[in-house]
Design a protein around this ligand. Structure first.
Ligand SMILES: Nc1ncnc2c1ncn2[C@@H]1O[C@H](COP(=O)(O)OP(=O)(O)O)[C@@H](O)[C@H]1O
Ligand SMILES: [Mg+2]
Length: 328
């Protein structure tokens, strides 16, 4: 059931029964003809922190909108918490906290009153405990001190956190966060990451999209990589990175000579940046010490030499043959 060209790492990964999100051939063609999501087979394990990774325009938000029943797929199916979407929205959505493309907030209301409004709109929420829920959610995202300020005075990061607080008013089995750290400074990003870890530790499955590779590597247990509406790969993050060969890295004040000599020795994928020359790690039968020796004999002053562990970015580049354009 894997899309041609997509790679599923670790077939031992539990699939049916424990998947919180499961899609089959999920496809969205917008009215203008744009094929935004193309035959997506996604499987999000229960309890995972699942990173949905891809450059801007790769179909992440469109997928999330289909999962949440906000738009209908052109073809294919989606199950969330075991139920078909959009059909079972009434059953599914109360168990899901979602933050999609910037929360809808009333600027003239305080952060606290925005949450009161959200909570009041939930027919299952007991009004007698509303105040407690709102204060707990504000605390959770670190907005306690700013809760009395009008939302229009909030920074982007504060608005994002308020949206997250709204998603956290009720205990949820699943949190779906579309680019939750977009527009945040490094400190704000760190806070969101810590929050995601805390939520995951409580057993909530977190599905979060991002166009930032290292963010996914830092917080996610599993990931799926999208490119141009198609799934490139999915699986446990550690396995995804391990699937790619690491990078050979040489630090030297003679990068030009180093690059030339490595090329002569048949090393591929050479790039030079300042005093750092990096390249695809050579196949296993090449003795690294021989490469280093050749550099030294060629007059290259080698300051450091080694193979670095593969990152998700290496895996992406290896699979798509293109760089991961962070700026989108
Ligand atoms: N409402 C829409 N109508 C037509 N095309 C759209 C619409 N929304 C998104 N797209 C297009 O679909 C593709 C995927 O977009 P999107 O799902 O927003 O990607 P991402 O969230 O990964 O940045 C893009 O080419 C985008 O321009
Ligand atoms: Mg998006």
């Amino acid at each position: 059931m894997t899309e041609p060209g997509a790679v599923t790492v670790s077939e031992a990964e539990p699939r049916t029964g424990t998947a919180v999100i499961e899609t089959r051939g999920l496809t969205k063609r917008y009215r203008g003809g744009q094929l935004a999501v193309d035959g997506l087979d996604l499987s999000v394990p229960d309890g995972s922190v699942f990173g949905f990774l891809g450059p801007n325009g790769s179909g992440k938000t469109t997928t999330i909108r289909m999962l949440m029943g906000l738009i209908d797929p052109t073809s294919g199916t989606a199950r969330v918490l075991g139920h078909p979407m959009p059909g079972a929205g009434r059953t599914v959505l109360p168990q899901v906290g979602a933050l999609i493309e910037g929360p809808a907030l009333y600027g003239f209301l305080t952060g606290r009153d925005n949450l009161v409004r959200y909570d009041s709109a939930d027919p299952t929420a007991d009004p007698r405990t509303r105040r407690d829920r709102v204060e707990a959610a504000l605390d959770r995202v670190g907005l306690g001190a700013a809760a009395g300020k009008k939302a229009k005075a909030y920074s982007l990061g504060m608005k994002q956190r308020l949206g997250l607080a709204a998603a956290l008013l009720q205990p949820r089995r699943l949190l779906v966060l579309d680019e939750p750290t977009n527009g945040l400074d490094p400190q704000g990003m760190r806070e969101i990451r810590n929050l995601v870890r805390e939520l995951a530790a409580d057993g909530t499955t977190v599905f979060l999209s991002s166009h930032l590779l290292d963010e996914i590597e830092q917080v996610c247990t599993h990931a799926a990589v999208m490119a141009r509406g198609r799934l490139v790969i999915q699986g446990p993050v550690a396995d995804l990175a391990a699937g790619a060969r690491g990078r050979l890295a040489v630090t030297t004040p003679d990068p030009g000579d180093a690059a030339r000599i490595l090329k002569e020795l048949g090393v591929t994928g050479i790039t030079a940046d300042g005093d750092r020359v990096s390249a695809e790690a050579p196949p296993g039968d090449v003795e690294l010490a021989d490469l280093n020796g050749a550099l030294v004999r060629g007059g290259v002053r080698v300051r450091s030499f080694g193979v670095e562990r593969a990152s998700l970015e290496d895996a992406f580049v290896a699979l798509t043959g293109e760089g991961f354009d962070v700026a989108g």
